[in-house]
Design a protein around this ligand. Structure first.
Ligand SMILES: C[S@@+](CC[C@H](N)C(=O)[O-])C[C@H]1O[C@@H](n2cnc3c(N)ncnc32)[C@H](O)[C@@H]1O
Length: 213
């Protein structure tokens, strides 16, 4: 999630692109309002729309999400999936996870959702895989570790989607702090690793799309 509408794009473009987003139904509207009221960092609506397009194109069956929060992205992805698909999602905070379960139940998703409570770096090694889609949206200093843990569990052709890769514009501005530096290294890695084909697009707070080769 970006901090301001013009963190990544010029305001005039960002506002125009927002006008092109589909209207939200009452449940998504409620989740977005809950996130805003309680300061939850859910994905931007334009990232959600990109996710829907990717779900329809890729039709994944085994999805792993690192960072559940209140289940916005679970609901967005889950609505596009078939009944035999599974989303395994990881969240460290029990009460946040309860909210996610509630919203996912309200959504009556066609797919199965497995909620894992715990630290992502501890849960990921316990997941079986193979997965054909991963959404990384969790602790910024740990993205590299998530990738290390995920890669052996991702099948060829799997897609890895990462949120916040432009990190509120801080990386390009040359700022330094633990998250900014870690994401700068991560971006360099995913755009040069011969096992991945990657593009980083200025959608939301910067979205990475990597195909596992
Ligand atoms: C950016 S939010 C995820 C947003 C969600 N993907 C969405 O778009 O609706 C990141 C979540 O990761 C959780 N989190 C923080 N540290 C974590 C950790 N070490 N392991 C697992 N989850 C963690 C936070 O509590 C937060 O809810």
């Amino acid at each position: 999630m970006k901090n301001r509408i013009d963190d990544i794009l010029h305001r005039v473009q960002a506002e125009y692109l927002e006008e092109l987003l589909p209207a939200r139904d009452p449940l998504l509207e409620a989740i977005e309002k809950f996130a805003e009221d309680h300061d939850h960092p859910i994905a931007d609506p334009e990232v959600a729309q990109l996710m829907r397009v990717l779900m329809r194109l890729k039709k994944p069956r085994r999805i792993v999400e690192v960072g559940t929060n209140i289940g916005y992205s679970v609901v967005v992805m889950g609505r596009e999936l078939d009944g035999d698909a599974v989303i395994e999602t990881i969240e460290i905070d029990r009460s946040i996870l309860e909210t996610a379960r509630r919203f996912a139940t309200d959504a009556a998703l066609p797919c199965r959702v497995v909620f894992h409570e715990g630290a992502a770096t501890e849960v990921l090694p316990r997941l079986d895989g193979p997965f054909d889609f991963a959404f990384i949206d969790c602790v910024k200093t740990e993205y590299g570790q998530y990738l290390d843990q995920l890669l052996p569990k991702l099948e060829r052709g799997a897609l890895i989607m990462c949120d916040n890769l432009l990190w509120k514009g801080k990386i390009a501005r040359g700022e330094h702090d633990a998250s900014t530096d870690a994401l700068r290294d991560f971006n360099r890695r995913i755009t040069t690793d011969p096992r991945l084909l990657t593009t980083v697009v200025p959608v939301g707070d910067g979205t990475g799309l990597s195909v596992v080769l």
